[in-house]
Design a protein around this ligand. Structure first.
Ligand code: DGI
Ligand code: FE
Ligand code: FE
Length: 194
């Protein structure tokens, strides 16, 4: 795993700012910490964490072309903020520029900004690690970090709820995938609470 991190660092470095590079390392370390509590294959987490923001700084026009030209990227992304594009588009770019990636890794990268209607353990770990990594500072992050130590689903639900509220308070659109993820985990809580 360590040898791999060096390789992954060398690969992503030219594509990211120093700040984003450091964020990426913190996300990966945070995801490993969460996996120590909740489970998950360390190598998949390493690759997904280190590559999750790979496409963050690509020109939006280039991202748009990837969305238009890839059958397996949801076209409805084009109707929402371009800040949501770097996950799904990153998967396509990585396929070409890095090589074949594990399906769990692809899914975790693709859904790290919004979540999705299914949310595998890897989707949850990367989504939550991105939200709570130690460099983040926003209202609610401390509560998200507290929940992350005890209940992965509750912590993800809290993050989704907080993000939706934040976007609405700014009168911004909310991507349907974000609501799908929220509904999935909210329903699970309702079932657990009887
Ligand atoms: O790439 P990062 O900065 O590490 O983090 P990220 O990929 O989670 O992107 C965060 C941004 O995405 C933040 O500005 C909130 C925004 N965001 C998350 N979900 C949605 C959203 N923006 C819109 N418009 N709709 C969403 O559903
Ligand atoms: Fe991101
Ligand atoms: Fe990130």
């Amino acid at each position: 795993m360590d040898a791999n991190r060096k390789e992954l660092k060398q690969f992503i470095r030219p594509h990211l700012t120093e700040e984003r590079f450091q964020h990426t390392v913190r996300v990966t370390d945070t995801a490993h910490h969460l996996a120590d509590i909740f489970g998950g294959d360390a190598h998949k987490i390493e690759v997904a964490g280190m590559l999750h923001d790979y496409a963050k700084y690509r020109p939006y026009e280039e991202m748009r072309r990837w969305i238009e030209g890839s059958v397996d990227v949801p076209k409805d992304l084009l109707n929402y903020s371009p800040v949501l594009w770097h996950g799904p588009v990153g998967v396509k770019m990585l396929e070409k520029e890095w090589g074949a990636l594990d399906k769990d890794v692809q899914s975790a990268i693709a859904s790290h900004t919004t979540g999705n209607a299914i949310m595998s353990i890897y989707d949850k770990l990367i989504f939550l690690a991105d939200y709570i990594e130690p460099g983040r500072d926003f209202p609610g992050v401390q509560e998200a970090r507290r929940l992350a130590e005890v209940d992965l689903d509750k912590a993800c639900l809290f993050a989704l709820d907080n993000t939706i509220r934040y976007l609405m308070s700014k009168q911004q659109t909310v991507y349907p995938g974000t609501f799908h993820a929220y509904n999935l985990l909210q329903k699970k809580q309702e079932e657990e609470n009887g």
